[in-house]
Design a protein around this ligand. Structure first.
Ligand code: 6PG
Length: 241
């Protein structure tokens, strides 16, 4: 499994390190910095850290555009909403222009939301096919589920086979219906960065980094750089290597 592994001692150290890394990466870019945010719980401390000193004052908010890797099909103010979490932790506290924030419309019916988001991404990209030499995004943040899912690409679902569309729907067992970017869109990034924390992820992290083909996260093939930011609890014995 490719991808550099960076192990931080605690979740707070993970948030601090990634806030610094992301800020420097954004500052060293030129033009629009297209950032894909992930959902769930793990990135919340990172978003809160970016909204506070010194990163808040260093980050190039004026030229950063925000996208999401997936969204639950709920209104933006629902506690389950990924864009709602990012707004509470980050976007409500930093000077970002509203037209630079592109949430997946969770309040829409899933098929319509997926089609609308895909069209928006195609308009942003400006070409019908994704060129590996010209990635759609600058940084794509992703999380890892206990079952090896990432974004809303869940094991055994049709979305895993989708290579034409950039956005599709997902109805994982027992979970809220979702809209998710597909592998081609998630892979079209200058850098894919996974954030993984907690000992509950130790086993799945080891399996995914070992290339377990039944784990959707293990099937990602980014066109650009690939890094895993994990805390020591999730890294387990890999931290000792
Ligand atoms: C979501 C995320 C999902 C998440 C993983 C890990 O909408 O839930 O996109 O892919 O990153 O499930 O979630 P935790 O960080 O809460 O463990």
């Amino acid at each position: 499994m490719s991808g550099n592994l960076v192990v931080l001692p605690t979740p707070d150290a993970l948030a601090e390190h990634v806030a610094s890394w992301l800020t420097e990466r954004a500052r060293s870019s030129s033009g629009a910095f297209r950032l894909v945010l992930s959902g769930g719980h793990t990135p919340a401390p990172l978003y809160a850290r970016l909204a506070s000193s010194p990163w808040r004052d260093r980050f190039p908010w004026h030229r950063t555009e925000f996208y999401w890797g997936d969204e639950r099909c709920v209104p933006g103010d629902d506690p389950e909403s990924n864009s709602g979490m990012a707004r509470r932790q980050l976007l409500a506290h930093v000077p970002v222009a509203p037209d630079h924030v592109h949430p997946i419309p969770g309040e829409m019916a899933p098929p319509g939301a997926a089609a609308a988001y895909e069209q928006m991404l195609r308009d942003v990209y400006g070409a019908p096919a994704l060129d590996p030499a010209r990635p759609l995004f600058d940084v794509t943040l992703l999380g890892l589920g206990d079952d090896g899912h990432t974004a809303s690409l869940f094991p055994g679902t049709e979305a895993l086979a989708e290579r034409a569309r950039w956005v599709t729907t997902a109805r994982p067992e027992g979970k809220t219906p979702r809209v998710t970017l597909t592998y081609p869109a998630l892979e079209s990034s200058r850098c894919v960065a996974f954030l993984v924390a907690g000992e509950s992820k130790t086993s799945i992290l080891r399996r995914v980094r070992g290339g377990a083909s039944d784990a959707p996260a293990a099937r990602l093939r980014p066109v650009g750089e690939y890094v895993w930011f994990v805390d020591r609890a999730a890294a387990g014995e890999e931290a000792e290597r």
